[in-house]
Design a protein around this ligand. Structure first.
Ligand code: GSH
Length: 214
């Protein structure tokens, strides 16, 4: 049995799901949806993900989008005993809380780093909200290696993928040292991390220049 994963390799939520498929050893057919040429807006893809967003999965006819919902589903189906999404109610609630925190944070990261380079949407308010959210995340991470308990969860996968945009676009993390330390540590602990998330700043800028043309 295998699943289809529709993704764009540069997309943080896509990479979070891809990392999880590695953790759970799920046989995965990767279907690249090239955002730079508008493949996500084609009727064929809209029948999988009606909003045209990546990632999405097709698990033998069951279609699901929204990365965090996908990760919760994959853990429940393919790793029912996995500590990646713990069963204990309070521990699971903490993982969920991080996923929601990340879901709030990611649009600010995306707007300030990526979108601002080819769309005029950047406001003082977005810049300031990103700083407020990073301050909180930095405080919550403290000296932890993993966000919840002492082991990897889907919260780590989701947040690290979101934060990667800050790294690619050289966002100044001086005021958020716990975030930098945690991200670097996780990148060394996970054997697939570099392969999936290791875009260079040059590659990230090249993607911006492709987006500018559409
Ligand atoms: N909350 C969604 C966000 C997905 C998302 O924003 N995907 C972006 C790529 S990172 C996308 O598909 N953008 C296409 C568009 O905006 O039209 C998730 O976590 O899956």
């Amino acid at each position: 049995m295998s699943i289809d994963l529709y993704m764009w390799p540069f997309s943080p939520p896509s990479r979070a799901v891809l990392m999880l498929t590695k953790e759970l050893n799920i046989k995965t057919n990767i279907k690249i949806i090239e955002l730079c040429v508008g493949q996500h807006l084609q009727p064929e893809y809209l029948s999988v993900s009606p909003g045209g967003l990546v990632p999405a999965i097709d698990d033998n006819g069951y279609k699901l989008w929204e990365s965090r919902a996908i990760m919760q589903y994959l853990c429940s189906k393919y790793g029912p005993d996995t500590q990646l999404y713990p069963k204990d109610l309070e521990t699971r609630a903490e993982v969920d809380r991080w996923l929601y925190t990340d879901c709030t944070l990611f649009p600010f990261i995306r707007d300030v780093t990526f979108f601002s380079k080819f769309r005029s949407i950047l406001t003082e308010s977005t810049i300031s909200l990103l700083k407020d959210n990073l301050k909180l995340v930095n405080q919550l991470i403290g000296d932890k290696t993993y966000l919840v308990d002492n082991h990897l969860t889907i919260a780590d996968l989701s947040l690290s993928a979101s934060l990667s945009f800050l790294i690619y676009y050289n966002y100044d993390l001086t005021d958020y040292p716990n975030i930098s330390r945690w991200y670097i540590s996780l990148s060394k602990l996970l054997p697939y991390f570099e392969e999936i998330n290791g875009f260079t700043s040059d590659e990230a800028n090249e993607i911006v220049s492709k987006m500018q043309k559409i």
